[in-house]
Structure formats: structure tokens, C-alpha cells
Design a protein around this ligand. Structure first.
Ligand code: NAP
Length: 251
């Protein structure tokens, strides 16, 4: 029964993570709203409260092994054993290769790849014990290659391999593992890209929409809806897949 299940969403203070946390709460999950700054999670938790759901704000840097262990222990103690994990926390440090610093590379790998690894490793014991679990990793259409994003595209492609391997390892325990690869979603992340390029965000979105077959950019709810499907019982035979959610094929 979904009402008793506990979900963890990382990077859930805003954007896609926040929309996903609220959607899962509406669907009956108790949701740990995890982000770097615990105070920044208050808005998402308040929205969950308003929707009649149960949320818990948890401050955690997903790239810090000790912090991840402590956060997962806290979620298990305060909400119950987590059986859904959405690895959504992410950062960008875009630069062309010749300008990309060691730190640009390491920071992106640390949050996306190491973060998803640490969180998945910490949570899997609860899933295998329950004999049921769901992991959803946020990849990106940038996994197919994107100018200025050697670090990010490598991390997002890496997450696809990570997804398929976990699906193979954890399937026998009733755990499915899938990835969603969003295209352009209007969030602070894409707004920051527009600002860095000196382009008005509305113009940036309009230009992107012209290149997208459905002629609009995505919104966080577009991704939250697909996460909701993947973590539900209807998706129990879907595992190791990468679903491109981009208003067109892109893969
Ligand atoms: P966003 O608005 O920038 O939100 C990302 C959240 O992750 C922020 O709240 C951020 O916190 C948090 N975060 C960053 N580093 C963290 C860490 N080490 N530990 C815990 N939390 C951390 O991004 P978004 O657009 O919603 O994107 C969400 C995910 O979808 C990301 O993985 C992104 O790569 C992926 N994605 C986005 C798009 C898009 O078009 N927006 C497309 C494809 C894929 P701070 O604010 O404190 O840094």
C-alpha cells in the first residue's frame, strides 16, 4: 500500500526535485525532502503539508559519504525505511574543454555520479529488506553530447550505465532502477544558463521551444509525472530503462 512507503528525493528544495517531492507526497508517499541546505527545503515541505501529505526536510550533501549515511539513518528513524530514491541533486559547471578547470570536472562528477552512488548504496539495504524498491536517476539529453558540457554529459551518460547495472543487480530483490533523461526544463538551472549567456530567460525559452517537436519547453511537473509512474506498481516490469522526456525523441 503506497501510503506506508517512504521516498527520498535529493535536490528537492526547488525545481524538478521539489515538483517530484510534492507529486510523490500527493500520491501517498511520506517524502524526505533532501537538499544541501535544510532550511531551503522548508518551502517544499510546506507545499507537501498544504497538499495533505507528509514531508521531512533533511540537509545533506549527497557527495559526502558520512552525511549520506546520517541522512538515510535519520529518514529511516523519523519517517520509516526508505524504499524509493530519486537521485535528482545536480549542478552545472559549463565550460569548453580548453577552459574547463579540474574543479569544474570534479564538482560535477561528485554531485551527479558519486552522489547517486552514495545515496543508492545507503538506501538499497532498506529496499532489499522490504523486497520492494524503486530508484530513479536523473540523466539528461546532454548525455548524448552538448557543447560546453564535457563534464555534465559524461556524468549524465555515466548515470545511464549506473542505472542499467543496478537494475541487473537489484532486480531479484523486487527493486527496479530507471533513468529519466529530460530535455529543456524551465528551472533555476536553465535560468542560470540563460543569465550566463546574457540572454533574457523568456527569449531563451522561446528559442529552445522552436527546436522542440511539441513546441514548448518542459516544466518540472513533466518530469515529476514520469517519476510517479516509474515508482508505482504499474511500472514493476520496467527496469534498466532510460526514458527521454524532451518533447521529442532526442535518443
Ligand atoms: P536546480 O533547480 O538547480 O535544482 C538542483 C537542486 O540540487 C538545488 O536545490 C541544489 O541545491 C541541489 N544540490 C546541488 N548540489 C547538491 C548536493 N551536493 N547535495 C544535495 N543537493 C544538491 O536543478 P533542476 O533543473 O531542477 O535539475 C534537477 C536535476 O535534473 C539535475 O540532476 C539536473 O542535472 C537534471 N536535469 C535538468 C534539466 C533542466 O533542463 N532543468 C535537464 C536535464 C536534466 P543548491 O541550490 O543549494 O545548490
Amino acid at each position: 500500500m503506497a501510503g506506508s512507503r517512504v521516498a527520498i528525493v535529493t535536490g528537492a528544495a526547488r525545481g524538478i526535485g521539489a515538483a517530484t517531492a510534492v507529486r510523490l507526497a500527493v500520491d501517498g508517499f511520506a517524502v524526505a525532502v533532501c537538499d544541501l541546505d535544510e532550511a531551503a527545503c522548508a518551502g517544499t515541505v510546506a507545499e507537501i503539508d498544504r497538499a495533505g501529505g507528509r514531508g521531512l526536510a533533511v540537509g545533506v550533501d549527497v557527495s559526502d559519504a558520512q552525511a549520506v549515511r546520517a541522512a538515510v539513518d535519520r529518514v529511516a528513524a523519523e519517517l520509516g525505511p526508505p524504499v524509493v530514491l530519486v537521485n535528482n541533486a545536480g549542478i552545472i559547471r559549463d565550460n569548453l574543454l580548453f577552459r574547463m578547470s579540474d574543479d569544474d570536472w570534479d564538482a560535477v562528477m561528485a554531485v551527479h555520479l558519486r552522489g547517486a552512488f552514495l545515496m543508492s548504496r545507503a538506501v538499497q539495504a532498506h529496499m532489499t529488506e522490504a523486497g520492494w524498491g524503486r530508484i530513479v536517476n536523473l540523466s539528461s539529453t546532454s548525455a548524448l553530447g552538448n557543447r560546453g558540457q564535457a563534464n555534465y554529459s559524461a556524468a549524465k551518460a555515466g548515470l545511464q550505465g549506473f542505472t542499467k547495472t543496478l537494475a541487473i543487480e537489484l532486480g531479484r530483490f523486487g527493486v527496479t532502477v530507471n533513468a529519466i533523461a529530460p530535455g529543456f526544463i524551465a528551472t533555476e538551472m536553465t535560468a542560470a544558463t540563460a543569465a550566463r549567456m546574457g540572454v533574457d530567460f523568456e527569449d531563451f525559452k522561446a528559442a529552445a521551444a522552436r527546436e522542440i517537436p511539441v513546441r514548448r519547453v518542459g516544466v518540472p511537473g513533466d518530469i515529476a509525472g514520469v517519476v510517479a509512474f516509474l515508482v508505482g506498481d504499474d511500472a514493476s516490469f520496467v527496469s534498466g530503462q532510460v526514458i527521454y522526456v524532451a518533447g521529442g525523441p532526442r535518443a
